[in-house]
Ligand binder design. Sequence first.
Ligand code: PHE
Length: 450
Amino acid sequence: MNGSESLAKREQWGSRIGFIMAAAGSAIGLGNIWRFPYLVGKDGGAAFVVVYLIITLFIGLPVMIAEFAIGRAAQKAPVLAFKSLGVNPFWSLIGWTGTIAGGFLTLSFYNVVGGWTIKYVIASLTGLMDVANAGNSESFFGHFVGQSYEVVFYQVLFMLVTMGVVIGGVSKGIERACKVLMPTLFVIMLILIVRSVTLPGAEAGLKFYLHPDFSKLTGETFLDALGQSFFSLSLGLGIMLTYGSYIGKEENLPSSSAWTAGLDTLIALLAGLAIFPAVFAMGFEPGSGAGLSFITLPAVFAKMPAGVIFSCLFFLLLFFAAITSSMSLLEVAVAFAIEKFHMTRKKALYSMGIIIILLGVPAATSLAGYPTIYGKAFMDAVEYVCNNVLLPIGSFLCAVFVGWFWLPQAIKEITNDGKLQFRWLNTWIWCVRFVAPIAIAYIFYAGLKW
Ligand code: PHE
């Protein structure tokens, strides 16, 4: 056994800005750029956006503050965090479900889509525009995912890049990468938006995106918005708890949470602004589901002047967003192995990496038809269970734990032992005690269907 890492002083983020970039890097991911716009398209446009914003403010943000507080107080990754707080062992359930759902299950399918982004950057440069121009972007995508060996190849490649960063550790690996990638992502996003909104005919897209029609709301809209908010903010899986355990004691948790959630929401909203005007301007339909980024957008880019450049930039954006999120998922699995099995970071990284790669293989091949679970492709099934079941349950338990069983300590943690003024403390308490648990339970009950 090599216990040196667990005995050594716990690693911390190098700076406040570095930590916020890393937390935002985790939050900002495929969820913002791939998933958010396609849910907007599927769930009725601007009305979904409004529901999403309300849920994020009153449920997502308070739960994020709670996760950071638990992590920083415990100084441990999720599985051992509750033990270290000395609370009833039942709560360790949050740590276990989070680690399994996040570090392993979510990451296994996340890598698959992450791999697609690499494929599409390369394809953009090698003829995707011609294919899309000929109206074949759908069959291109179908052909690609139908050939499992290629999907697996890119999945593994994506995972190896993630591992290459995480091996550097918290501040020298993850933080350093995010400090470069996140600003770059922002610049690429701005370029794409300027292109999109200046296309002739962009107004129809802006209208779809910005004018709510509340008659379109259904139970599913709320469940989708809730699941998306948690997914996008990286909540309910112990990610922010783990990142919280690397935060210094003097850091202002509510303000860091507000920055992280704010940046995440901003990027999701901007992604819609980059995508919908262009989709409408080029005469496409926004409601094409998961294929919006990979099928509709290449066709949109193909019709633009210099489409190759914009296509390449877009998929690069998607790649950067995805890789900074997958680092956070992997960090949870790695921190778990270091603390639970007293492994060195290297050993933890290799063993967890291999398990996650293997778990991703059925997700990758399921797109070609096998395996399926009760009629859903394996990947869709895992995604559904994680986002609509495990994430809400994890977040529900976090809110209940903090709101009802650990509130005095949580307040102490959030206010840095009373040294810090948190103006919204009462609102926050109200949200974690009542709003979040009740809303999650209700939406969960009303909207869940296979
Ligand atoms: N928040 C990331 C995204 O929006 C995904 C993610 C979920 C990352 C959960 C970590 C944990 O893509």
